[in-house]
Design a protein around this ligand. Structure first.
Ligand SMILES: Nc1ncnc2c1ncn2[C@@H]1O[C@H](COP(=O)(O)OP(=O)(O)OP(=O)(O)O)[C@@H](O)[C@H]1O
Ligand SMILES: [Zn+2]
Length: 834
């Protein structure tokens, strides 16, 4: 063995496949100096499939068990993914118990994942003219075209040859050694280019020449006009550098009517203008020229800002607890402004909401071109655009939903998590099922950045950590501009009904309030909740609802078996014949609510213009924006909506908010039901009486004595928290424990049941019976023909080896899949389920 034996390099590659590891590939020595962690590469995986992968690590340890395949291609010089991002991916994969490929899949816009496609090219040794006699006419024409085009995608061959199935023709040509099939990679991402014009550089370098141009075109009024217009837009005489970017050609022509494209064309031909292309961001900020300085803060805001700044310095994370309409956004703006001045980056996270555009419009005015946007509703090209903008330092501020946590930040200084309590920060449908708020903390840690969690109704978790002094705490207790928090009136609809003061879903109080405020030219919002459609039982006489004895959640009514069940521990009982509370026999099942609100409101208040915003009415793209704009501009008097209208809306003219049925929120079978109810009711109420106008909230309920409603009415977060945290502790729920939910799925109900039992048994054995709840069928126990069963694992938060527990869980799941009868069973894992 030579002393100088060459060390070969290998790369660990992340591939978008559901195998929980990275894969080792061989790096051709020719690339030794070019390979970098984070680069996109092309590799073969499995049965001749080609994938885009990301280099996670470069090393010299040749695997012993197998001979690694080579990397086929380096797809870029500068890596798309930073080492910090790879660290984040690894953390997410490990914590949320999924594969790193799962993380890559959601983190990397698919425009950066290449698709391989076969192309055809002429065989380099083949001469068409020398082989005329062996070619059919059709083949001849095809090859001539190929000669001209150089390559043709295989998928286009059929139409060129006018054959349904071109396979045989292609095979024949390959046999004749006339063509080659190659794998060529198609970049999906296409930058959007814009034609621009500017003065010819020679005229800028020597302004005497430019003066001469005026003499030349003196008699051509249109051209002279164009030149003057250009110089008024681009002050070349004052600052020759301004010519470099020029102006957009189409805008130049459009804005200077009756200037014609032809005179600009002539001037370009004559060397006065020159045309060039530039890549444009897909969301050019046309209002950038209307930029404003960030608004001056009120005294209360300033005080809060100081607390935040000190808090961030001390603890790194600060909970900004500001009542609705207090102007939290303005405080964020100040802090973000500082980040921009430092030349670093800031991330402004918002929940998955329909209202991004209202906020984005507000932010653009302050931050202009350095603001980038990232949203799940974006097209893939738009995502790639933002990705590259962050990478190249064009954007210093990103406003976006949880997916923007995965952008390639290089120098992040601040993350704002606005409406931090919002449940849409948690990804639910597919792996990785990550909680954006928590990932934000990890991302911040990687960058030594600070985090602000902002809300009028903080999540129990965050408030708990603030109480424990893990987070700094900055309260803001008054609304901006002297506005008062709205007055909340609790209306007993049970009594109203008896007194015949109800019209369908509306109490007379509500109808009257809506009527009065709209008469005066103000607006109203009516909220009908979407949650809580799972049926429950309630006593008509006293409003009692059966609850689980050990879980503090309501029991859900299962219609087929006529029984009540707890969805957390599996407790069940028969539907009682009489009310346990008052003995009444009038028990009703409260089922699916109707969405008739809009219709019936129109029958009682005939002249009102009513808009509706819910999942149905907003399914079409942009329709919610239309509804919101109509409302904002006063084309609607009343907006009826579901959860969608509760988040962050800032309408100046709304005075009345009606909550049609607050009860259902409480009776959702979820240990977070009360927390969610408090948050939702407070948020909805908070839409009333902003910007100095007094507001009223009519909260309709059949259990007016429910203490939670009183707390909402008093805007009393502190007491809500006190009671709720006690219950969490008592019943061992987060933040005192960690939950992991396993969902078992198969196409047969028996199989699901058996495999869930098997899994629960093993977990009981390994982790302890007291930590395992279930298996339990969810209310919706069949989704897309798969039967579901759930196991809930409750783990202590302290003095417990979480890593070990997770590895045991993973083991149990893997073992299950290895058992023959359970081959067709799938298990999904949700860590910290929402
Ligand atoms: N310093 C300020 N100068 C001018 N206007 C302000 C200032 N602070 C707040 N406002 C205005 O007051 C209103 C409420 O502020 P904002 O929307 O930021 O409240 P918020 O705390 O985010 O409320 P919510 O939690 O209800 O969404 C907005 O219209 C905002 O423009
Ligand atoms: Zn229970």
């Amino acid at each position: 063995m030579s002393l100088f034996e060459e060390k070969h390099q290998f790369a660990e590659i992340i591939l978008p496949v559901p195998v929980p590891k990275t894969f080792c590939y061989f790096i051709s020595p020719a690339w030794d100096l070019e390979v970098v962690v984070g680069q996109r590469v092309l590799v073969e995986f499995g049965n001749r499939k080609v994938y885009t992968g990301i280099i996670a690590e470069i090393h010299q340890k040749r695997p012993e068990e197998y001979d690694p395949k080579p990397i086929l291609e380096l797809l870029e010089d500068t890596p798309s993914v930073t080492p910090d991002q790879i660290k984040l991916w690894k953390w997410v994969a490990e914590y949320y118990m999924c594969t790193i490929g799962d993380v890559m899949n959601i983190a990397l816009p698919s425009g950066l994942k290449l698709s391989s496609q076969s192309f055809i090219q002429l065989h380099p040794d083949f001469s068409i003219d020398d082989n005329l006699e062996m070619l059919t006419d059709r083949e001849f024409t095809f090859l001539k075209l190929l000669e001209k085009e150089q390559t043709i995608p295989y998928t286009n061959v059929a139409s060129i040859l006018e054959l349904k199935n071109p396979y045989k023709a292609v095979k024949d040509l390959i046999a004749k050694q006339a063509i080659l099939l190659i794998e060529k990679i198609k970049e999906k991402y296409k930058p959007k280019m814009e034609k621009r014009i500017r003065l010819h550089q020679s005229l800028v370098d020597n302004t005497a020449l430019l003066d001469g141009v005026f003499d030349i075109i003196a008699k051509k009024a249109k051209q002279e006009d164009a030149l003057l217009k250009y110089l008024s837009m681009v002050p070349v005489y004052e600052d020759p550098m301004t010519n470099y970017h020029g102006v957009s050609k189409s805008e130049f022509i459009k804005e200077n009517k009756p200037l014609s494209a032809s005179s600009v064309g002539t001037m370009t031909k004559n060397g006065i203008f020159e045309e060039f292309e530039r890549q444009v961001p897909r969301f050019e900020l046309s209002i950038a020229d209307k930029m404003m300085p960030t608004p001056e803060l009120s005294e209360a805001q300033n005080e809060c800002l100081q607390k935040v700044v000190t808090g961030l310095n001390e603890k790194g994370t600060c909970l900004l607890h500001g009542v609705t309409g207090s102007g939290k956004t303005e405080i964020y703006l100040q802090l973000i402004q500082n980040v921009i001045e430092n030349g670093s980056q800031a991330l402004f996270l918002i929940p998955e909401i329909a209202l991004t555009s209202q906020l984005v419009r507000r932010l653009k005015v302050y931050f202009g071109d350095v603001l980038g946007i990232y949203h799940s509703k974006f097209s893939d090209n738009e995502r790639v655009e933002t990705w590259k903008g962050v990478q190249e330092g064009d954007y210093q501020v990103i406003v976006g939903t949880r997916a923007s946590l995965f952008l390639p930040f290089s120098d992040l200084e601040l993350i704002v998590v606005d409406e931090e309590h919002d449940s849409s920060y948690k990804a639910q449908d597919k792996a990785p099922r990550y909680q954006g708020r928590d990932v934000a903390l990890v991302l911040a840690h990687l960058h030594h950045a600070k985090v602000i969690l902002g809300s009028a109704t903080p999540s129990l978790e965050s408030f708990y950590l603030a109480v424990k002094k893990k987070y700094a705490y900055a309260p803001l207790t008054e609304r901006y501009g002297g506005a008062q928090l709205p007055e909340v009136k609790i209306v007993d609809i049970k009594r109203m009904r008896k007194q015949r003061k109800m019209k369908d879903e509306f109490s007379d109080d509500l109808l009257q309030a809506v009527h009065e405020t709209t008469e005066e030219g103000y607006q109203a919002i009516l909220f009908q909740n979407r949650r809580g459609y799972s049926p429950y039982v309630s006593c008509e006489t006293c409003g009692w609802v059966p609850e689980c004895p050990s879980c503090a959640v309501n029991l859900t009514y299962h219609i087929y078996k006529n029984e009540l069940r707890c969805h957390y521990c599996g407790y069940k009982e028969h539907v009682p014949k009489t009310c346990v509370n008052c003995g009444s026999t009038h028990l009703q099942t409260v089922g699916v609510g109707t969405q008739k609100i809009e219709e019936s409101l129109k029958t009682y208040l005939t002249d009102l213009r009513v808009g509706r915003m819910d999942l149905d009415s907003t399914r079409r793209k942009h329709s919610y924006e239309q509804i919101l704009t109509d409302f904002e501009q006063g084309h609607l008097d009343v907006l009826v909506g579901t959860q969608m209208i509760t988040k962050g809306l800032d309408f100046g003219n709304v005075r009345v908010v009606g909550i049609l049925d607050a009860d259902r929120l409480l009776h959702f079978p979820d240990f977070r039901a009360h927390e969610r109810a408090f948050q939702l009711l407070t948020q909805v109420s908070g839409r009333a009486g902003r910007r100095g106008k007094e507001g009223t909230v009519i909260l309709q309920t059949s259990t007016p004595d429910e203490t939670l409603f009183a707390k909402v009415a008093r805007h009393d977060y502190a007491n809500f928290y006190r009671k709720e945290i006690q219950e969490r502790q008592q019943y061992h729920y987060p933040p005192f424990t960690r939950l992991i939910r396993l969902t078992v799925r198969s196409e047969k109900q028996d199989l699901t049941r058996e495999s869930a039992e098997w899994l629960a048994q093993r977990l009981t054995h390994w982790i302890g019976a007291n930590r395992i709840l279930g298996p339990q069928e969810p209310v919706i126990n069949k989704i897309r023909n798969y039967f579901l069963s759930e196991i809930l694992i409750k783990l202590e938060r302290e003095n417990y080896d979480l890593k070990k527990a997770k590895s045991l869980i993973q083991h149990a799941v893997n073992n299950l899949r290895e058992e023959k009868p359970f081959k067709r069973v799938w298990v999904s894992i949700d860590v910290d389920p929402a």
